[in-house]
Design a protein around this ligand. Sequence first.
Ligand code: KG4
Ligand code: ZN
Length: 356
Amino acid sequence: MRILGIETSCDESAVALLEVRDGRTVGLEHLVATQAIHARYGGVVPEVAAREHSVTVPLLLESLAERAVGRPDGRALGQAVDVVAVASGPGLVTSLKIGLDHGRVLAAAWDRPLFAVNHIEGHIHSNWLPGAEMDGAWDADGDIFPALVLVVSGGHTEMLLMAGHGQYRLLGATRDDAAGEAFDKTAKMMGLGYPGGPALARLAEVGNPKAFDFPRPLLADPSRDFSFSGLKTAVRYFLRDNASRSGERVFLADVAASVQAAIVDVLVGKAVRAAVESGVRSVMLAGGVAANAELRQRLRERLGKEAPGIRTIEPPVGYCTDNAAMVAAAAYFQAKSRPADDWRMVQADPHWEIGR
Ligand code: KG4
Ligand code: ZN
């Protein structure tokens, strides 16, 4: 099955052509264009994002055709595609619509089935892409379900119980900021730019995670919910009270490492407890923050020590943040289990939640 994926939920325009045969990935071309323009505003401006998508998506499709069929020919690309998949929510509605409209038009013009995919379900399916443990086991995942999925992105922090592809139950979610926002907002206060998560993680590598004791909100709370806004506020006051040290690189590295340790402690502590209580076979990471090396290592260590029977499943680092290959991967399983969507009817749903 050859699946064209399209992703425009936020500020990444992305297209991919994924080919799965006999339970293996046999081909993947993928292109991502991150909209640099938002860095100047310190966050994503929805109107600007949508306009950028409408310029970029056709160009990406043209480049994808060049790669996949050797020439910038839409008709030839259509002949190389069996299924069209597009992320239709959650996200920014104006951004989602651009990708969805491209998917609808292509499905209609090429006469191919269209699958509107949930963006979070896409993130989860990055765990089946090349470089992931599950690649090569597309049709044989009996030993990983039920899985506890820890979704950690810029917009979402939640734990889902996944009984199988398309079968989710929400266990808990953040009450305020997402984990990615906790990284991004503290990074911004430290002058590390936007989005600051990766920059903060890099700086943390040379810092002492025990230097400063920042709060671990809801860590000891038996609920499966998260909360990160208190941590952000604590860091804000700490930086204000230590403003005279804001130019010291060692100080900033220690703050970065201590903030990262607090976020990771909460995520890992809550996920491990929920996994043990739910009797799952695996804990699966998904979303942009799943690229964080400290999170991966600490999760592996804690599960290894406290629940050695539970597997840790990590997406390839290159497919953690928004991409279209993950959308195509999710559509592969949907194409096998449900009828396609009608291109005439399908709509973007900016608040689409799975597992509720
Ligand atoms: O999943 P994603 O691409 O977008 C949403 O769907 O929201 O996630 C983006 C988030 C940003 O907050 C970014 O700072 C964070 O993922 N992120 C990281 C790392 N790489 C990306 N956070 C911490 N450490 C990283 N290495
Ligand atoms: Zn995302």
